[in-house]
Design a protein around this ligand. Structure first.
Ligand code: GLA
Length: 736
């Protein structure tokens, strides 16, 4: 709900547990008053100050339009700009035709409306009937330059989420160079927070780091042309003492898949500015007269009861208001992917043999990975040539697909459309279609170059070639890969003064390609991938039903990656597979059941040569698939709790509670065993205290309050061991 107090000149945005207050000072300047715990009453703009709006330091320049005593750098601001006395990292920075960089964006009007506006070419969170979403649009204008800013705030009351974005419009008479266009800035008048972010690299994505704020700027970013393995746009600001179940936590994410930055800037007065947006480094956008620029949408989530509640809000919001399409609410097929089973060494017979075995144990979808096209015998050629490799598939894809379908399985195909190999028909026909800088040799990543999706004709070509492929071959699933980051970023199609727009134009082009294909082929399940989790973000999740979380399939490392990812993202979007041992990435040997338990909460599948499994292991596969089919609704629609962390506890305990709280799945993994291992206690969460729960395997019964407040005990006896407890509510009185 959003209200405007005309007398006080204050906007009050309310979700179920949070309030966000903005004031209009002197009829002009937007001040940020509060974001945090919900209040019922409107505060006055300088509620707690003894001398409102009166500078306490001669040294701070005063903004004379706002008052002889008004220093911007002493205030908490809603859309901070640069040039008239605020020296913190601004939310907007632009350069005007006369070379000046001073912006004064003052309030000119607002409107409040039900629902939410579309974001033009960019993906955004959506609403459904009954959400009671309301949007506030505030208009600011700079009289001198004609620049206008439209600030959007959409309130999702039940989720405790507010989405924000800004649209800039050039209403002046000369072009304006946009240099920094953050999607959201939130000022706090304190710094006693921790900054939490998720760093990583290929095959080790989203490791959590939490550290106290220090004076100055602390930020994470990507300039790789993708949100990247190395940092994720999801960040948190938490109270220093916050735990899983206690304390204030703010979550911030961006619906964007390209270069971003997110950070906290602490100024000399101990005030914190939290910000997120397109990375301003190596970015600029020339905004011609009459044109608009829309920033990506930011998601702001708030919890006053720790990280668990924040994650729950993010999980259901991402699942239900970011992810979309016909697969959102249904169980996805269990798949087998041939990559780690065969790599490039396969032909039709080998694939059919793998599929036959897979079908016999209950797998539902056969995915043909890299190597089926052009003359791709290794990773040095053929990206761009999306027709069959006749050496491997002499009859093409159709006969193979028919044979897979005859087994009662669905068929899936790997593509990497954004890339081009120098050794390809496409490159020979269009050498200038790759991202490159004239006169400089292109750096290569995995021997490949990046197609220039900032060019509309390249996007049109991709839409056409892929539409033809998906229409000709009866595919029910696509794995959309992207295996290198951008370098030498320039486009042959843009003038010099627009070259710094290429990376963002690429994202707009990519979203158009994905959106068009999704619209034309809504029945195809799409899994995103970028060398594993190199583009695991909300932008991609507006198009992809799920994302291959990491190329690391090791059951132990996956506990870290999946735990880290779970802070901001639900298990329903994480592709997770059982693979062979010794594991291909780490060489580690883990029990087969542990691999099953580690992968099962995600979008489940197998990625190994089933022919190499023993009869006993094949039987385990059958059981795992049966169990997965039964428990998928608990994993994907239930509530997830991080009970023990692999990082700090040397064991991982994950708990999933079904929406009706009648089924509880607890997964316990030993990361590192200990000699003379003591019994370690852990308590479950989210149960009905006065309900009786029965352990399906042992028949032992426990009361909900006992499981939550006294807990279960286990010893860490065996490295990498895994255990799954299924607890089911028993009718009262059925206690033995
Ligand atoms: C990337 C993907 C893998 C696999 C290979 C194929 O690394 O993440 O899953 O598809 O490409 O080349």
């Amino acid at each position: 709900m959003i209200s405007f107090d005309r007398e006080q000149q204050i906007f009050h945005l309310q979700t179920e547990h949070s309030s966000y207050l903005i004031g209009i000072f002197a009829g002009k300047c937007l001040l940020h008053i509060h974001y945090g715990r919900r209040v019922e009453h409107c505060a006055d703009m300088f509620a707690m100050m003894d001398k409102p709006a009166e500078s306490r330091y001669d040294w701070n320049p005063k903004c004379m339009e706002l008052g002889e005593q008004f220093a911007l750098c002493e205030q908490t601001l809603e859309l901070p700009t640069f040039g008239d006395g605020d020296y913190r990292s601004p939310g907007f920075h632009g350069e005007y035709a006369d070379g000046s960089t001073v912006s004064k964006l003052y309030y000119t009007g607002h409107r409040i409306f039900a629902g939410k506006q579309a974001l033009g070419e960019l993906p955004s969170a959506y609403t459904e009937a009954g959400d009671q979403t309301v949007t506030l649009e505030i208009t600011l204008a700079d009289q001198l330059t004609g620049l206008r800013a439209y600030l959007y705030y959409t309130v999702y009351p039940a989720w405790d989420i507010i989405t924000r974005s800004v649209r800039y419009e050039n209403g002046g008479t000369a072009p304006i160079l946009l240099k920094k266009v953050d999607s959201a800035v939130v000022d706090f008048d304190r710094m006693n927070f921790d900054f939490v972010h998720f760093y990583g690299t290929w095959a080790r994505e989203r490791q959590m780091e939490r550290r106290p704020l220090f004076y100055g700027d602390q930020s994470v970013d990507s300039s790789r042309g993708a949100s990247s393995h190395t940092q994720n746009p999801f960040v948190c600001l938490s109270a220093r003492e916050a735990t899983e179940d206690f304390g204030e936590v703010y979550g911030l994410n961006l619906i964007y898949s390209g270069n971003f930055h997110a950070g906290a800037y602490v100024d000399t007065f101990g005030k914190t500015r939290l910000y997120i947006g397109i990375n301003s480094f190596d970015f600029s956008w020339k905004l011609d007269c009459g044109e608009s620029f829309q920033t990506p949408e930011a998601i702001l989530a708030y919890s006053h009861s720790g990280f668990a509640a924040l994650s729950h809000r993010m999980h259901s919001f991402v699942h239900k208001r970011i992810c979309r399409g016909q697969f959102r609410d249904i169980r996805r097929p269990v798949l087998i992917n041939n990559w780690e089973a065969t790599y490039f060494d396969f032909d039709e017979e080998k694939l059919v043999k793998l599929a036959e075995k897979a079908a016999s144990v209950g797998v539902e979808l056969m995915v043909l990975d890299d190597g089926w096209f052009g003359h791709r015998d290794d990773d040095r050629s053929s990206l761009g040539d999306w027709y069959e490799h006749r050496g491997r598939l002499p009859g093409g894809l159709e006969p193979l697909v028919e044979r897979i379908h005859a087994l009662g399985m669905k068929f899936g195909l790997w593509v990497e459309p954004e890339m081009i190999s120098e050794d390809s028909e496409l490159y020979r026909a269009h050498p200038d279609w790759c991202i490159h800088t004239a006169g400089r040799r292109c750096s290569e990543g995995r021997h490949q170059l990046v197609l220039d999706l900032s060019r509309p004709e390249v996007c049109d070509y991709l839409i056409e070639i892929l539409s033809r492929l998906f229409s000709r071959v009866s595919v029910e699933y696509i794995k959309w890969d992207m295996n290198r980051n951008m370098t030498e970023v320039c486009s042959a199609a843009l003038p010099p003064d627009r070259q710094r727009e290429v990376a963002h134009r690429y994202m707009i082009g990519l979203y158009r390609v994905l959106g068009t294909l999704k619209q034309r082929f809504p029945h195809i399940l799409m899994e995103g991938c970028a060398g594993g989790g190199g583009r695991f973000d909300l932008g991609m999740l507006c198009y992809f039903d799920q994302i291959w979380l990491s190329d690391d399939t090791d059951a132990v490392e996956r506990q870290y990656i999946q735990t880290g990812s779970s802070y901001g993202y639900p298990f329903s979007v994480m592709g997770a597979h059982v693979s062979a041992c010794p594991n291909h990435q780490t060489g580690r040997v883990t029990p087969f059941h542990t691999r099953g338990y580690a992968a099962m909460p995600g979008q489940f599948g197998y990625e190994l040569d089933l022919d190499k499994l023993t009869e006993g292991e094949l039987e385990e596969v059958r059981q795992q698939i049966r169990l997965y089919k039964e428990l998928a609704p608990v994993f994907h629609d239930g509530t997830f709790y991080r009970i023990c962390s692999p990082e700090t506890d040397w064991k991982t305990v994950w708990e999933f509670v079904s929406p009706d709280r009648k089924t509880v799945v607890v997964e316990i993994f030993t990361v590192q065993a200990q000699a003379a291992a003591p019994m370690e206690r852990f308590c479950l969460k989210g149960l009905q205290p006065d309900a009786l729960y029965t352990d399906r395997l042992t028949g032992r019964q426990y009361w909900g309050d006992v499981l939550m407040h006294i807990g279960l005990m286990r010893a860490r006896k065996q490295d990498y061991d895994g255990e799954m407890l299924i607890l089911e509510q028993t009718a009262a009185g059925a206690k033995r």
